[in-house]
Structures are given as C-alpha cells and as structure tokens.
Design a protein around this ligand. Structure first.
Ligand SMILES: [Zn+2]
Length: 242
C-alpha cells in the first residue's frame, strides 16, 4: 500500500457504519478518490472539522484500488463565508456535486482542480451570481471534453453568435435549421456570453443580462442533465435559493 500527500477538495461526505465517514476527494495530483475516514464520527479530534463539504485540505492517503484510507489532514480553508450564506452554500454544493458526477476516478486534472478551487474562493469572497455558475459550468465542460458546440450550426455551419441557437437532442442548430423543432433556445447574446466565458479566464469577467442569463441557465441545465444518469440533488436546492 502506497502512502501519498496531496491537496484535496471534499466533493461529498457520508456516514459509514457506526464510527466512520466515507469522503469523495478531488485531489490536485491524484484526481478523484474515495477514502475511508476511520473513526471520524466517534472522535472529532481525529479530523477536527475538516471533513465538511467543499473544504480544502492537505491530506495523506493510503492508496487502495477501491476505497483508500484517509490519514492526516490539515485544513487549508473551510470557506467560512460560504457556510454563512444560503445562496453560496447552494452554488458550492452544486459545483461539488457536478464535479463528483462528471470527473472520472483516479484521473489527475490540475486545470480542473484550479477551476473548482477558484470558484469556491470566488464564492467565499462575495455574492454568488448565476453568471459565475455559467462560467464554472462552461469551463468544466470544456476541460472534460463535453463542451457544447456553440460556435457553428450542426446543420449548416452558420455562426450561432449571429443567429442564436436551439439545443435539439444533441445538436446546436441555427434559427433556420431549428424551424419547428423543440428544444432550449439561446438568443445571440447568450451564445456570445457563453463563448466569452471560455475566453476570459476569470470569474466575474462576463456579465449576463437577465434574459441572456435565464436562457443560458436553462440551456446549461438541459445540456448537463443530458450528460448525467440522474438529476443532481443540489440543483433543486439551487433553484430554491434567491
Ligand atoms: Zn443551420
């Protein structure tokens, strides 16, 4: 058994047996790993308040194929301001659940680790805005190879920034090719803003009007929903938040 040190974000945590917890960690160097925190429920001393959702930690892990064992862990940050704000909790919970659902096990991805870390830092520093969620979602999809094909129409190649877009089953179509078809519609402004989200490189740089933000939200919820085997629990929670 190999013991390693890494930095990790807690994507999920659940009680296990009488005394333990199982956590899903997204590690900077090791990727997504499930680990058993032995005695975490019996003694707060062992892990302190570290094993909370979206906390960032320095950890040591005894690596095993299925369930690794969590050794020492030191808190880098628990993101205290997120924990004091219902809306920020909803956004951070959604980001972690989405990452847990889409990131493959044991596949290191430092770019994605930086994206999730930056989003949690951003949520911890101020107001949670829908535009930041869209920025996170677009960049997450892009890094994982699921980027929506918003540049040009799947039917005729037209520029979707000029025509707007309809997401129909698995295609992005222009206004002409989409005539009479059902699906999620994005106006030209929303298409442009989602594409800008992939280019700005930082949270808060792209701002959406209410209409473009609402269209982008519905489009991304549908697009991401189609990638997942079941809806995310936190999406319901997110919709309840102001
Ligand atoms: Zn077309």
């Amino acid at each position: 058994m190999k013991t390693v040190s890494d930095q990790a974000i807690i994507l999920s945590a659940m009680d296990y047996r009488e005394a333990d917890r199982i956590v899903t960690l997204f590690c900077r160097d090791l990727g997504k790993i499930s680990a058993l925190a032995r005695g975490a429920r019996r003694s707060r001393k062992r892990f302190g308040g570290a094993l909370e959702l979206f906390a960032r930690l320095n950890v040591t892990l005894a690596l095993k194929d299925n369930l690794s064992a969590l050794g020492d862990c030191d808190i880098v940050t628990v993101h205290p301001r997120i924990r004091a704000d219902f809306t920020a909790i909803a956004h951070a919970s959604y980001a972690c659940e989405l990452a847990a659902a889409l990131i493959p096990e044991h596949l290191p991805n430092q770019r994605l680790f930086r994206l999730l870390s930056a989003y949690l830092e951003h949520l911890d520093s101020g107001t949670a805005k829908p535009a930041d969620r869209h920025f996170f979602e677009m960049n997450l999809l892009n890094i994982l190879g699921y980027r929506p094909p918003l540049e040009s129409c799947s039917g005729c190649g037209a520029n979707l920034v000029d025509t707007g877009c309809l997401w129909n089953v698995d295609r992005c179509l222009c206004r002409d090719c989409a005539k009479g078809l059902p699906g999620e519609r994005l106006g030209p402004a929303a298409v442009a803003l989602l594409l800008t989200s992939l280019q700005t490189g930082r949270f808060g740089a792209a701002s959406f009007s209410d209409v473009a933000g609402s269209e982008a939200g519905q489009f991304l919820d549908r697009f991401i929903g189609d990638l997942l085997p079941k809806p995310l629990k936190s999406l319901h929670f997110l919709r309840l938040s102001p």
